[in-house]
Design a protein around this ligand. Structure first.
Ligand code: UD1
Length: 427
């Protein structure tokens, strides 16, 4: 298992190119199951583990995937299968998104029920209720959900919560149905808009993107398309917070500031200078102590849950008391205990955390337990005084392409090593 050796305390300085969005690329790649023609998807973060898992998933279902740099070509290879393998679903929960396109096209799909993960139980009831509202029947067998319908019909679905995954699954199903489907209380994340634009490029008509009422006018035969994925707002948010935490000056190239309005406003409230342009964000620290600013996560456009852990790291370095409230996932504070090992002062009560800023964090051996919590610990180690060893880097590799190379180019002292090798911490 890889680990990072980090010598902290160096301000990040320079420019960094933001990769394509993982959370947009995943459903877009899966949506290629809606057509038998060739699709070419550009700006895909192909080095990410979750993207590689998606390639395997598509190939296991009968597609051929060719990736070259950040361009991915998905072609038909065999007739499509309707059973997603458990081995892949357990590695990546987003695999459940194959249900929508396959059910709508073939009238049946078998998908292993994804288990919970370190941040919460993560049920899929909103996805399933949506399919049932369109006429599907559900059966559980051997840990799999079997969804079937003699004829899935377009209709109206109201989600009890604006789930990102359920909105995507239903949009993809709707794109293959002959008629209009309305999704109410839909998620409004930029990744949903990106999927919607891809479905339009396949030949569906989609309206209401970015709003909570999405209409999809589908058709049974969709064509191939060429499409480019948006930049990753969560990677951009991570670098913004890393720049602020290390008192640096970083230019994020390719990042779309309109996707990060709330985090940018919160950083400005802390006293960080942020300049925005078309596909560019510049973060400039003013050298003064950060003001403590509380946040509460919520569905887009509220503060993203995926930047909550990173915000907690930043607030550990602020001059005062702040609060973080997590409303999306029930167990997303695992990073707090690791931050305590670095000298942070945090108390957690249910889904509330109270953070008392400290003068400095101190390097320590620490362990990632999920993608964003791992990134938060990485940023803490970059800002801390002294040496840290960050273990279980594979969590971070699910969501960040070559993060150590990008950070090194900004002046960070970070090195990846395999922990089976004996390496002296200072080497
Ligand atoms: C997506 C993102 C993830 C982000 C999350 C919230 C991807 C690959 N992942 O995850 O990075 O943190 O959105 O912005 O895009 N829920 C149910 N029943 C359901 C579905 C969801 O109770 O059927 C609950 C979940 O357990 C969670 C909340 O709703 O507590 C939000 O989940 P959802 O919006 O579906 O997130 P994901 O699509 O899994």
């Amino acid at each position: 298992m890889d680990q990072f050796f980090i010598d902290g305390g160096k301000p990040l300085k320079g420019g960094v190119k933001i990769s394509g969005s993982k959370n947009a690329a995943l459903p877009i790649l899966i949506a290629t199951l809606l057509t038998d023609e060739v699709c070419v998807i550009e700006n895909v973060p192909v080095l990410l583990r979750d993207i590689r898992t998606t390639f395997q998933l598509l190939e296991s279902l009968g597609k051929k995937v060719i990736s070259q740099n950040s361009r991915v070509t998905v072609k038909p290879q065999a007739s499509l299968k309707t059973h997603a393998p458990y081995d892949l679903v357990k590695q990546m929960r987003a695999s459940v998104l194959v249900a929508g396109p396959l059910l709508a096209r073939f009238g049946v799909v078998r998908v292993p029920i994804p288990g919970g993960c370190s941040i919460g139980l993560r049920p899929i009831d909103i996805h399933l209720n949506g399919f049932k509202a369109l006429g599907a029947r559900e059966l559980v067998d051997q840990g799999d959900i079997i969804l079937s319908s003699r004829e899935l019909s377009p209709g109206r679905v109201r989600l009890k919560f604006p789930s990102v995954g359920a909105t995507e699954n239903l949009m993809m199903a709707a794109a293959a149905l002959n008629g209009e489907t309305i999704i109410e209380n839909a998620a409004r994340e930029p990744e949903i808009e990106d999927l919607g634009r891809f479905l339009i490029s396949l030949g569906a008509k989609v309206k209401g993107l970015g709003h909570s009422r999405i209409s999809v006018l589908g058709k049974p035969v969709l064509h191939g398309a060429r499409y480019s994925v948006i930049a990753d707002r969560l990677e951009a948010g991570t670098f913004m917070i890393a720049a602020a935490a290390t008192q640096g000056h970083v230019e994020l190239l390719g990042a779309d500031p309109t996707h990060l309005k709330d985090p940018i406003a919160k950083l400005r409230a802390c006293g960080v200078k942020i300049k925005t342009g078309l596909r560019k964000i510049t973060v400039i620290s003013n050298g003064k102590a950060l003001k403590p600013i509380s946040i509460k996560t919520g569905p887009y456009p509220e503060f993203p849950t995926d930047l909550q852990a990173l915000w907690m790291t930043l607030m550990c370095l602020s001059a005062g008391k702040s609060e973080v409230e997590e409303t999306i996932f029930e167990n997303r504070f695992l990073h707090a205990a690791e931050l305590l090992r670095m000298g942070a002062s945090i108390s957690v009560h249910g889904n509330h955390a109270r953070i008392f800023g400290v003068k400095k964090l101190i390097g320590a051996p620490i362990m990632a337990s999920d993608i964003r919590g791992g990134a938060a610990l990485l940023v803490a180690a970059l800002a801390a005084e002294g040496h840290s060893v960050l273990q279980r880097v594979y969590h971070i590799d699910r969501g960040y392409e070559k993060i150590e190379d990008k950070l090194s180019a900004l002046g960070a002292l970070i090195r990846r090593a395999n922990d089976s090798r004996k390496i002296s911490p200072s080497s």
